[in-house]
Write a protein that binds this ligand. Structure first.
Ligand code: SF4
Length: 208
């Protein structure tokens, strides 16, 4: 399945929650959800009864869109989570959160996950001193994430890093804007992952 390339604010309206897909705009009054807080489309304002299946589907779509992944890649991560010890839902969120593009976004090097993905793909990010241009690369505790020396003046990166200090960093990550470097302090726990999703419903969707 290909990646969605339409207007991203429609995705937030479809899920009825902020998915933070549009960078800085998501944190301002201009967020579309502030103006049109109903589902998109001709019948978007109608009330409809949602089935059990529909509830699980919506929760799965919400989580997938939050991380900006296509279905096959998302399902692969889920399969990986089922093979790990412990709760599948928790493992799944942890894997998604450990993706390098997400970490670059969380550190403020990218102002949205899609921009962070581009930054990684273009080879601007190093992990433990080696270039890594794979957005789905999974970081580990102790990893050092650095902006490559030759990339520090790229306008988008420069602008983001200048304001990165004003972003709230999750407790499992650290970022020093002066050194263009961050680190993974620990593997994130559920309390560190501010994703507005009931992961158990996502597990039930795939386990049906
Ligand atoms: Fe979603 Fe951001 Fe658009 Fe608001 S501005 S609807 S949070 S993508």
């Amino acid at each position: 399945m290909s990646r969605y390339t339409g207007p991203v604010c429609r995705l937030c309206r479809a899920e009825g929650t902020k998915l933070f897909l549009k960078g800085d705009r998501c944190y301002t009054e201009k967020c579309s959800l502030n103006r049109k807080n109903h589902r998109p489309g001709q019948h978007g304002q109608r009330r409809t009864k949602v089935s059990e299946y529909g509830l699980r589907l919506r929760e799965k779509q919400k989580l997938r869109r939050f991380y900006g992944m296509n279905e096959s890649q998302f399902r692969r991560f889920y399969q990986q989570a089922t093979k790990m010890a412990g709760q599948t839902g928790h493992n799944f969120l942890q894997l998604l959160e450990r993706r390098l593009d997400n970490v670059v976004y969380r550190m403020g090097i990218g102002n949205s996950r899609s921009q962070a993905r581009q930054i990684v793909l273009h080879g601007h990010i190093m992990v433990n001193g080696r270039k890594v241009d794979i957005p789905s690369y999974l970081v580990r505790q102790g990893d050092r994430i650095t902006i490559a020396e030759g990339s520090r003046d790229v306008p988008v990166i420069k602008e983001n890093v200048e304001v990165a200090g004003s972003r709230t960093l999750p407790a499992w990550l650290a970022f020093d804007a002066d050194k263009y470097e961050g680190s993974v302090l620990m593997v994130p726990d559920r309390e560190h992952i501010d994703v507005p999703v009931k992961e158990q419903l996502v597990v039930e969707f795939y386990a049906r």
